[in-house]
Design a protein around this ligand. Structure first.
Ligand SMILES: O=C(O)CCC(=O)C(=O)O
Ligand SMILES: [Fe+2]
Length: 344
C-alpha cells in the first residue's frame, strides 16, 4: 500500500492511542513525533496520566494499611517479608515444584525468562496460588501501587541469568517501564541474595517532580529521533550520573529470602541486579497495566467470570496469529511440559 494511503488509514488509530497506554515512540508517528514532543505532547500525557492516577489512588487508599501506604507513597516500592503464612507458602512452593506444564520462554540478551500463567488449569493443580490471588492484602497492594483495581496478569516467572550466549541482559540497565504509574509484584519462591539478581530500585523515583518531567521531555525527543527503528527498553534507560542531575539518590539493592513480596510502581527507575554466577530466580510475578487515562478504578471487563485468568494465553495466541500473517513477531516461544525450576 502506498505509504500516504496507509498513513491516512492508520491515523485515527494513532490519534486514539494518544489517550491509551501505548508507550512506544517508534510504533506510532503521532506519539513518536519529534515536532509534537518538542511542543509537549509526551509531557502532557505524563502529567495527565499522573493526575488521574493520583485521584484513583486516593480512592483505593483505604484498602491498604496506613503504614504500607506511606511507604509506597514515599519510596515507590514496598518489601513485605514472610508475606504468606508459613504453611501456605510451603504448600505453594511444593505444588509449584511438582508442576510440569506448557510454558513460554523469551530470550533477552544472555537471560531467559519463562512464564507459566496462573490460568484455570494451572490453578487447579496449584490451589495454594488461588489462595494467594484471593488474599485482599495481595490484591490491594497491587491495586494501590498500580492505581487501579483491574485484575493484574499473574504468572509463575523464572528468570535464568547468564543462561545463553548473548549481550548483557537489557533489564540490568536502570529504566522506567512506561510514562505512567504501573505495577509489578514479585513473591519470591527462591532466596534472593545481593549477588544473585536482586531487584534494584531508586527510592522516590516514582514521583513526578519538575526535574523528572524535564527528563521525560528530553527522553521523548531523543526517542522520537529514532522513530521507525525498532524500539528497545534502552529508550527509557537512565545512567547513574543522570540520576543525580534529576535530584534522585543512587539505587537500592533489594534482596530477601523466599516468601518476600516486593510491590513496585515501575514508573520509578529500577533494574534487575547483576548476578556473579548463572542464577535462577523463581517467583509469582504480577503485572498490572491499564489505560492510565481512565478516571475510574474498577469497571474492568477482564474481571468478569475469571476472564482475566485467560488473558496471558489470549495475548500470546493473538501475537502468534499476527506472526503467522507476517505482521508481528512472537518473542515468547512455546515450551511443552517444563517445570519452573528446570534449567534453560
Ligand atoms: O526482574 C527484575 O528484577 C526486574 C526486571 C524489570 O525491569 C521488569 O520486570 O520491569
Ligand atoms: Fe522494568
Amino acid at each position: 500500500m502506498p505509504s500516504l494511503v496507509r498513513r491516512a488509514l492508520l491515523m485515527p488509530l494513532w490519534l486514539a492511542q494518544v489517550l491509551s497506554q501505548e508507550k512506544f515512540f517508534a510504533r506510532n508517528p503521532v506519539i513518536g513525533s519529534r515536532w509534537l514532543n518538542e511542543r509537549g505532547l509526551h509531557t502532557a500525557r505524563v502529567e495527565l496520566a499522573h493526575r488521574l492516577a493520583a485521584s484513583r489512588r486516593r480512592r483505593l487508599a483505604r484498602l491498604i494499611d496506613a503504614e504500607d501506604r506511606e511507604r509506597l507513597d514515599r519510596d515507590g516500592f514496598i518489601v513485605k517479608r514472610d508475606f504468606l503464612p508459613a504453611a501456605l507458602f510451603a504448600e505453594l512452593a511444593a505444588q509449584i515444584r511438582a508442576l510440569r506444564t506448557p510454558a513460554r520462554e523469551m530470550v533477552e540478551g544472555d537471560t531467559v525468562t519463562r512464564h507459566i500463567p496462573l490460568d484455570p488449569a494451572v490453578l487447579a493443580r496449584v490451589p495454594a496460588a488461588r489462595r494467594l490471588l484471593e488474599l485482599p492484602e495481595y490484591r490491594n497492594l497491587i491495586g494501590y501501587a498500580g492505581s487501579s483495581a483491574a485484575v493484574p496478569m499473574v504468572y509463575i516467572q523464572t528468570v535464568l541469568s547468564r543462561a545463553v550466549d548473548g549481550p548483557a541482559d537489557p533489564q540490568r540497565d536502570l529504566h522506567t517501564d512506561t510514562f505512567h504509574p504501573t505495577v509489578k509484584a514479585w513473591l519470591f519462591l527462591t532466596d534472593v541474595t545481593p549477588e544473585a539478581m536482586p531487584f534494584v530500585y531508586v527510592p522516590g523515583s516514582h514521583r513526578l517532580t519538575p526535574q523528572r518531567l524535564e527528563w521525560e521531555r528530553r527522553m521523548s525527543i531523543r526517542a522520537s529521533e529514532r522513530a521507525g527503528q525498532p524500539e528497545t527498553q534502552l529508550v527509557r534507560a537512565i545512567s547513574r550520573d543522570e540520576l543525580s542531575e534529576v535530584g534522585l539518590p543512587q539505587p537500592e539493592l533489594i534482596s530477601a529470602p523466599a516468601n518476600t513480596l516486593v510491590v513496585a510502581d515501575t514508573f520509578g527507575f529500577h533494574a534487575r541486579g547483576a548476578s556473579a554466577e548463572p542464577t535462577t530466580r523463581v517467583e509469582i510475578w504480577a503485572f498490572g497495566r491499564r489505560n492510565p487515562f481512565l478516571p475510574w478504578t474498577g469497571l474492568d471487563p477482564w474481571s468478569v467470570a475469571g476472564l482475566g485468568l485467560r488473558k496471558p494465553n489470549l495475548y500470546w495466541k493473538s501475537v502468534d496469529l499476527l506472526e503467522r500473517f507476517g505482521i508481528g513477531r512472537q518473542r515468547w516461544r512455546q515450551r511443552d511440559a517444563v517445570s519452573a525450576f528446570d534449567p534453560a
